[in-house]
Design a protein around this ligand. Structure first.
Ligand code: NAD
Ligand code: WQD
Length: 335
């Protein structure tokens, strides 16, 4: 059985669906700080199976001990964490406590129960902003620009240290680039609370008419059209990457960082124009100033993932834009 922390969240829920579809038995622990119980119903609607679930905070030592005692856990996929960059600057202690303490409690419980296989949700944000593109796993890390990024950097370090101290551990550190898109059914996806920070959720809010216009943060970057370039990846591709990482973690030792991206960069205007074209919706926008902390471009060299995981992203930007909107359109709230 594989424990999935944060399994009702955006990436976790898609991964749980892929796991069930491919014969794995996920056990989810989530405290719903950024997700809803109805996600469990949705997973069941898609797969015909309701995953085992505990409502718990991963910082709760007793509860974690109970979960590991009651189940034969062989490996952990660790998604649980807070992830809003801007919020992490305003409330750093909450981020360090939730992400780092949560991971420490998880790792200590794993150690007590002799579970030594972990797949961790890391991020392209661990890379130093002054690297040249594309980013390989050997590119420099650190120099993070916000507490959220530092939590990912530090958790990677902690897992590397554990793997160094005991060679029977394996930690696969999956560095996600920019996940967007949603399950094709429209039953799972991302709909953040409050005003979204990330590009695709913001575009969807404007398309819904709940926000007036998108601000494009800067059109004077040294990119093909002056707007920021990122490596957007469909969340279902990302979920499949985790399935391949399960195979890798069971047959390997040590800490293994792996980029999960497509290797192709798209600009803000590429994303916006594709969204409008495939969905037939006009999304008003204005060019605004650059956002603090942003870089011109960020995209992966995904060759290690292909080599070690036998995995490559399949879905293109059109499908990412269609599926993102399909989820929102099917779940529009009356407000
Ligand atoms: P999400 O917020 O949708 O999912 C995280 C889940 O973890 C939520 O369901 C939340 O309720 C749960 N959670 C948080 N703290 C918890 C705690 N202490 N105990 C139990 N449950 C807890 O986020 P996501 O986009 O699915 O991201 C999943 C992971 O991937 C996160 O660690 C995130 O930092 C990382 N990541 C995300 C992105 C991205 O752009 N979405 C990019 C790189 C890395
Ligand atoms: C993408 C592009 C913006 C909003 C963040 C985190 C990173 C990772 C993924 C977790 C940039 C532009 C955005 C808007 C815009 N998450 N933009 N108007 O900043 O690449 O990465 O999410 O690990 O750590 O930092 O993603 O979606 O915020 O921005 O023009 O309203 O869209 O400037 O060029 P980012 P994003």
């Amino acid at each position: 059985m594989i424990l999935v922390t944060g399994g009702t969240g955006y990436i976790g829920s898609h991964t749980v669906v892929s796991m069930i579809e491919q014969g794995y038995e996920p056990l989810i622990v989530d405290n719903f700080v950024n997700s809803k119980p109805e996600v469990l119903d949705r997973i069941e609607m898609i797969t015909g199976k309701r995953p085992l679930f505990y409502e718990a905070d991963i910082r709760d030592e007793e509860k974690m001990e109970q979960i590991f005692t009651e189940h034969e856990i062989e490996a952990v996929i660790h998604f649980a964490g807070l992830k809003a960059v801007g919020e992490s600057v305003s409330i750093p202690l909450e981020y360090y406590d939730n992400n780092i303490n949560g991971t420490l409690v998880l790792l200590e419980t794993m150690k007590r129960h002799n579970v030594k296989k972990i797949i961790f949700s890391s991020s392209a944000t661990v890379y130093d902003r002054f690297n040249t593109m594309p980013l390989t796993e050997e590119s420099k890390t650190g120099n993070c620009t916000n507490p959220y990024g530092w939590t990912k950097f530090m958790i990677e370090e902690i897992i590397m240290d554990i793997c160094n101290a005991d060679s029977s551990w394996c930690g696969v550190l999956l560095r996600y680039f920019n996940p967007i898109g949603a399950h094709e059914s429209g039953l799972l996806g991302e709909d953040p609370q409050g005003i979204p920070n990330n590009l695709m959720p913001y575009i969807c809010r404007v398309a819904e008419g709940r926000l007036e216009k998108l601000s494009v943060y800067g059109d004077d970057y040294p990119t093909h059209d002056g707007t920021g370039v990122r490596d957007y990846i469909h969340v279902v591709d990302l979920a499949e990457g985790h399935i391949k990482a399960i195979d890798l973690v069971f047959r390997s030792n040590g800490a293994i960082p792996v980029n999960l991206g497509t290797g192709t960069g798209y600009s803000v205007m590429d994303v916006l124009n594709t969204f409008m074209e495939v969905n037939g919706i006009d999304v008003p926008y204005v060019i605004a100033g650059r956002r603090a902390g942003d870089i011109a471009e960020c995209y992966a060299d995904p060759s290690r993932a292909e080599e070690l995981l036998g995995w490559k992203a399949e879905f293109d930007l059109k499908k990412m834009c269609r599926d993102s909107w399909n989820f929102i359109a099917k779940n529009i709230k009356q407000s």
